[in-house]
Design a protein around this ligand. Structure first.
Ligand SMILES: Cc1ncc(COP(=O)(O)O)c(C=O)c1O
Length: 357
């Protein structure tokens, strides 16, 4: 192995790439990982020990805080290649900012801009062969932060590890999704950590999501913890509806929903297209009524992993409501293509969202 130092990062390359073992025509989401990872440590009040290493196992003690008290959070983003072979990221600084909002809520050390961005860009340069270019594919990037200190006791740790690793991925959903409105279990309550990308939020969602999947649904639509009356988000995606030509999505001020970067981008694109956009409480009853009146023109989830996921049907109050056929979804189709084109360097980037590595 050879070691180099770039941007204060010590780089140790893998002796042999594993890329030839990967079938890029059939990539399962999150099963294959690229050759390298970026690692940084927070200790004695500062970040240091910045390294790029071969992707592999890390050692930890049984008393590591993250495993007991849940000081663990993550981010999710994607890298693409344009036709010229340049590496493109989509609004990466928004992920950095959101990660630090999550860190603040969980009393964790925030990651400085240069640690995040230099680690990310150097890692992508080294593993740039792993960025797939076939339709619907991308290199998924998983930055994450956890308390690495060893002790028992409920208090904020003083030592953290920040790691980024990547995984080539294909499309997340292969078909339009069937969702169930969840009116018993709760993902997040006001005053809680719903707006943070805390690992624990995902663990809390597993049981209700598993029950819904056993009943044949792909995803849950979460509702508010108090009354289960207002829609929040759809699994790991934000959710949007088009009713009578107006794009409507649940507002974020109660801090129970993750502020999706895709969500913000779709709202901006819709406004650019001259569409009326409403961010406000959206009740389940309103959506069902709009559907019954023939006014519900579209419903979709949006997020980094899935991009835009058409919602095929909504199950609620013991009834399944089939939405209009996907081929007639003028709005979500337009958002999906516009967004995808910008991310891949094919569409006009009027808002400066694309970051060239
Ligand atoms: C709970 C939740 N909501 C929404 C989103 C969508 O966010 P983004 O568009 O930034 O990927 C995600 C994915 O990160 C998520 O995990």
């Amino acid at each position: 192995m050879t070691t180099d130092v770039i941007s204060n990062i010590s780089i140790t390359k893998a002796d042999k790439s594993r890329i030839s073992e990967v079938d890029f025509t059939d990539i399962k989401f999150g099963k294959v990982f690229s050759d390298h990872m970026f690692v940084a440590d927070y200790k004695n009040g500062e970040w240091g020990n910045l390294q790029i290493l071969p992707y592999g196992k890390i050692e930890f003690a049984p008393s590591m805080v993250a495993l007991h008290y849940g000081q663990a959070l993550f981010e999710g983003m994607k890298a693409y290649k344009n036709d010229a072979g340049e590496i493109l990221l989509f609004r990466p600084e928004e992920n950095w900012k959101r990660m630090n909002r999550s860190a603040e809520r969980l009393c964790m050390a925030e990651v400085p801009h240069d640690v995040f961005m230099n680690g990310l860009t150097e890692l992508l340069r080294i593993d740039n062969n792993w960025i797939p270019t076939t339709e619907g594919s991308a290199l998924y990037i998983r930055p994450f932060l956890f308390a690495s200190e060893e002790f028992l006791g409920v208090k904020p740790a003083t030592e953290y590890k920040f790691i980024i690793f990547t995984a080539p991925v294909g499309a997340y959903y292969s078909e339009p999704v069937k969702v169930k409105v969840e009116r018993h279990f709760t993902r997040a309550a006001e005053g809680g950590v719903g707006y943070a990308k805390a690992a624990g939020n995902y663990a809390a969602a597993l049981y209700p999501a598993m029950k819904a999947q056993q009943d044949g649904f792909h995803q849950l639509v979460w509702t508010d913890a108090k009354e289960h009356k207002y829609i929040e988000e759809a699994g790991t995606m934000n959710i949007m509806f088009v009713i009578d030509g107006v794009l409507i999505t649940p507002s974020l001020e109660k801090k129970t929903t993750l502020a999706g970067i895709t969500r913000d981008s779709v709202l901006t694109i819709a406004k650019d297209l001259g569409m009326e956009v409403q961010e406000r409480p959206v009740s389940v009853d309103e959506v069902i009524l709009a559907h019954e009146r023939g006014q519900l023109q579209d419903a979709f989830g949006c997020g980094t992993a899935a991009n835009i996921a058409y919602i095929k049907s909504i199950y609620c109050n013991g009834k399944e409501y089939d939405l209009i056929p996907v081929k007639d979804r003028e709005y979500s189709t337009r958002f999906a293509y516009t967004l995808d084109d910008i991310k891949r360097g094919k569409g006009k980037d009027t808002h400066g969202w694309v970051y060239k590595v």
